[in-house]
Design a protein around this ligand. Structure first.
Ligand SMILES: [Ca+2]
Ligand SMILES: [Ca+2]
Ligand SMILES: [Ca+2]
Length: 294
């Protein structure tokens, strides 16, 4: 009877470990303040009726989570309101969102300029890989080795690179064969702008005064960022960074992450594995004992 209960306990722990693995290991997670989808604090949204009256919430990033799914990595971006709350032009339901996830892996050959001109920011630390997200399955993945002038550069959406809508989340899943291994040392720049198929790098421009099809509160030059929300600890930190431009000089923004924190799931897996190992040893011991007694 004792043998049986020990084996049962081992099996249950094994199941627990397997289910934790199935959910994936959270590599990085960070909340973003709500109500800050206004660039440097003063940006206003384009005025055309197509955008509805809650686009500031639709573009308001609230959380960013990176999960290791075994042979894939999931990037989950949550918003204050469903990204397809208003969605006049079909597509996959993210008509207004233009998102860039730049990864800082520390590899050789990183760049501090954006892949193509459009967001109009510069990076404090060089990036290595870019997940460019927009609607109509036009999302792509680039590395610094890609040629920005080549229209066909980058990896297109496929079974190994998907962009989907789940409630208030935009979920990007990429095979590790494409994106590589991502760990706690990876840093991120997450930029959210308005999408414009004809805009620079598909960003919608932010000018001094908002119009039907352009945002306001910026400048008529291409030196102010076309970024409305950015993953940062506080709204003020974002406003300060996105506001750090002047004519002739782009705003410089800082990455987040890279502290190897937020991996509590790892601890559970490791602990479970250790308990399973100990349980297995105990079960083996009991079985040996049983044999001797027989
Ligand atoms: Ca936000
Ligand atoms: Ca501008
Ligand atoms: Ca923000």
């Amino acid at each position: 009877m004792k043998k049986f209960s020990v084996l049962l306990a081992v099996l249950m722990l094994l199941l627990l470990t397997v289910s934790v693995y199935a959910q994936g290991e959270v590599i990085f997670e960070m909340a973003d303040p709500t109500g800050d989808a206004k660039g440097d604090g003063n940006y206003t949204h384009p005025k055309a009726g197509d955008f509805g009256d809650r686009v500031a919430e639709m573009l308001d990033l609230t959380n960013f989570k990176v999960t290791d799914l075994g042979n894939k990595v999931e990037f989950r971006l949550s918003f204050a309101l469903e990204p397809n709350y208003v969605n006049p032009w079909g597509g996959i339901g993210i008509n207004f969102h233009r998102i860039d996830i730049y990864l800082v892996t520390g590899e050789e050959g990183g760049k501090t300029e954006t892949f193509r001109e459009g967001a109009f920011v510069k990076f404090a630390e060089p990036w290595n890989k870019l997940i460019k997200v927009l609607d109509w399955n036009q999302s792509k993945i680039f590395t610094t080795a890609d040629d920005p002038a080549d229209e066909d550069a980058g990896i297109e959406v496929s079974n190994d690179f998907t962009v989907k809508l789940e409630g208030k989340d935009i979920v990007v899943t990429v095979a590790k064969s494409i994106i590589g291994e991502i760990d706690g040392s990876t840093k991120y720049y997450v930029l959210v702008g308005h999408q414009d198929g004809f805009g620079p790098d598909n960003y919608r421009s932010v000018a001094e005064v908002a119009g039907e099809w352009n945002g306001g509160g910026g400048d008529d030059t291409n030196f102010n960022p076309n970024v409305y929300d950015m993953l940062a600890e506080t709204a003020d930190e974002q406003y300060k960074q996105l506001g750090s431009w002047e004519i002739g000089k782009l705003a410089v923004i800082k990455p987040v992450g890279g502290k190897s924190s937020g991996t509590s799931t790892t601890t559970i897996v490791v602990t479970s594995a250790a308990v399973v190992a100990a349980g297995g040893a105990a079960a083996y011991f009991f079985m040996l004992k049983g044999k001797k007694a027989a």
